[in-house]
Structures are given as structure tokens and as C-alpha cells.
Write a protein that binds this ligand. Structure first.
Ligand SMILES: [Zn+2]
Length: 347
């Protein structure tokens, strides 16, 4: 019987599932809304329905699961980042293994995406840093094929490296995190605040952008003044049209990311930095831009032999990475790398 590898990406907004066959083809893929406010039992019921639907493709050999926040080695949720009420303490790994009747491993979603990007590069990187730009900023580091997870898989929370002390408030309770300047929602909020002439708590990051008077004539600023709120997608649409406010917001986000990534370069010495996530769809130039800014913040040896690349699995690194990580529980390394390469051709 053909082997099938399932992957789940469980977040506060949605529960996504995918099944890959041995040829790396997506046999089934689906997404359901997470009933976040209804508690763990309701969320597990939706996960159960997703697993049942994935199982219609055939018998599942393994399940990999990515989810935000802290997860212990037994797959128990020990940190809350997904905004699901009553989620703490959920024995997610055990529950899903029972549902799927297959081995299951739960990891932090940034780590899972990093694993996918390592595998799709043929496992050649000795040290791969992944940075995912989305609703938040996630990260992961793979050394010789192994996830650097730290305590409860919480390592590489690159979105919570402070890049501007006394800066914008972050959801984590600290001020000045990179996520407060460069996540999708933050990019939108900064554009809104600057367009309206409000304080955006930019600190030294303001030096990287053109002065305020230059964007007063921008169409994006005019929309902000008329009461519109933006997301990153709209900011980058305006960026593509050369809007001066959007250019300023992009400069601020790039600078914040360059500072955070430089810290990671000094600590981990990766040979490859991969940038992905939904925000990058509208701003593919960020990869080169960040690579160009990094030399200002870290010594030459840390960046000189390091390549900066776009995620090959694009915004699907988390979901396909979950399936690949799950497969790594039951196949050997060469089979896994072949599967990753074939899966990348199918997206
Ligand atoms: Zn933070």
C-alpha cells in the first residue's frame, strides 16, 4: 500500500492540513477556521475532522504538526501563542496520533518551516536560519538536519529580538521587538500612524526613512488621513507604485529585520538565511534589501559567506514542512530529501 504523509498547521485563525504521497504530490489539502474562543475540546474536534478528511486519501504513515509557541517533547502545549482559550496543557501529540493511528510529532511552526527549507535545499546547508514574515515573525534554525529547538521548542523567536529599546509595544509585553516593526499588521499600523502624522515610536529607525514632509503628498498618506487602516498588502501595493510613505515604511521594516537578523548571524553563524511568509509575497525585494543592510550591524565574517534567499516553499513552508517533518519520523534521510525536492515541484 502506498505511504501517505500528513501535515497539520494549527494556528489561532485556521487549521490547515495536507497529505503528500511518496512522489511528493499533494493528494489532499484543506483549511478550517479555528474555533479559538470555544476552548480546546472544540479545537480538537475540528482537528479530528481535518484528520478524518485527510485519511480519505488512504492510510496515513505519519503526521507532523506545526503550531506557534512552546511545545514540550511529548507534544504537550506549554506556551500560549495561538490565542486559543484553554489550550495550555493540551496533549496535542498524543491526541493526533490517536486520531490518525500513526506516529505524530508536534513542533513550533517556525522550526517546522525551517526544516522544510533545509530539506528542499538537498540538506546541503550546515546552518540554515529561517525567518517567516506574517501575522507575527517566526524563525527556526537547522544545524546539519537537526532543529535547534531549545527549551520547549522556543528557540529562534526572532520576532522578539529588541531592535529599538523603548520602541513600539509588542504583543509579548516587551517594547521594541522586530515584530512591532516588520510583521504584516505592524507594517500596516506604522503606515497608518505616519500617514496621520501620529507618533509611531520609531526611535533610531526613523533615521532610515525619508523625513515626514516628503510623504505628505503621498496617496497612501491621504488615505490614512481619511481614516483608512492598512495591512501590509496595501502598503506594498502602494510601494510598487512608488508611494513615498510606503517607501518609508518599507525602509523601517527592512532596517528592523536587518538588526534582528544580524543578531542571529552573530549567534548562530548560518551559511543560509531563508526569508519567507505571507508578507514576502508583496515584497520579494526585502531579501536583497536585508542582505545589503546586514553589514552595518554585524562583523564581516558573519555575513560574507552567508547566502540570503527566498523561501522555496513560499508561504507553504509551514504546512508542507509539517508533512515533511512527519515523514522524517518514518523514512531515512535520502528518501526525505527526495520527497522534499519532488514536493517543491508540485507547488
Ligand atoms: Zn515581542
Amino acid at each position: 500500500m502506498e505511504k501517505l504523509y500528513a501535515g497539520l498547521d494549527i494556528g489561532g485563525q485556521s487549521i490547515k492540513g495536507v497529505v503528500l504521497d511518496t512522489r511528493g504530490r499533494v493528494r489532499r489539502e484543506l483549511s478550517r477556521v479555528t474555533p479559538s474562543s470555544e476552548g480546546a475540546t472544540a479545537v480538537l474536534a475540528v482537528i479530528g475532522a481535518v484528520v478524518r478528511e485527510l485519511s480519505l486519501a488512504g492510510a496515513i504513515a505519519s503526521v507532523g504538526v506545526g503550531t506557534p509557541g512552546g511545545i514540550d517533547r511529548e507534544g504537550v502545549i506549554v506556551g500560549i501563542a495561538a490565542n486559543i482559550s484553554g489550550w495550555y496543557g493540551t496533549r496535542l501529540g498524543e491526541e493526533i496520533a490517536t486520531m490518525a493511528k500513526a506516529p505524530c510529532s508536534v513542533r513550533n511552526d517556525g522550526n517546522i518551516a525551517a526544516f522544510a527549507e533545509w530539506a528542499v535545499r538537498g540538506g546541503r546547508s550546515r546552518g540554515l536560519l529561517f525567518v517567516g514574515l506574517g501575522t507575527g515573525i517566526g524563525g527556526g534554525f537547522i544545524e546539519d538536519g537537526r532543529i535547534l529547538g531549545g527549551r520547549n521548542d522556543m528557540a529562534l523567536e526572532i520576532g522578539h529580538i529588541v531592535v529599538e529599546p523603548w520602541g513600539r509595544s509588542c504583543n509579548c509585553g516587551v517594547d521594541g521587538c522586530s515584530e512591532a516593526y516588520a510583521s504584516g499588521p505592524s507594517i500596516g499600523r506604522i503606515a497608518t500612524a505616519l500617514g496621520r502624522g501620529e507618533e509611531a515610536m520609531l526611535g533610531t529607525l526613523a533615521r532610515t526613512a525619508a523625513p515626514a514632509q516628503s510623504w505628505l503628498g503621498s496617496p497612501l498618506a491621504a488615505r490614512a488621513l481619511s481614516g483608512e487602516l492598512f495591512n501590509a498588502h496595501e502598503v506594498y501595493e502602494a510601494y510598487a507604485a512608488g508611494d513615498p510613505l510606503a517607501l518609508a515604511v518599507d525602509a523601517i521594516a527592512s532596517e528592523a529585520l536587518a538588526r534582528a537578523i544580524s543578531t542571529a548571524l552573530a549567534m548562530l553563524a548560518p551559511d543560509t538565511v531563508v526569508i519567507g511568509g505571507g508578507v514576502l509575497a508583496g515584497s520579494p525585494h526585502l531579501v536583497d534589501r536585508i542582505a545589503g543592510l546586514v553589514p552595518r550591524y554585524v562583523y564581516e565574517d558573519a555575513w560574507k559567506h552567508c547566502g540570503f534567499e527566498k523561501a522555496r516553499f513560499a508561504h507553504k513552508a509551514g504546512l508542507l514542512g509539517a508533512a515533511l517533518y512527519g515523514a522524517s519520523l518514518v523514512v531515512d534521510r535520502s528518501e526525505l530529501l527526495g520527497l522534499a525536492s519532488r514536493a517543491s515541484e508540485s507547488i
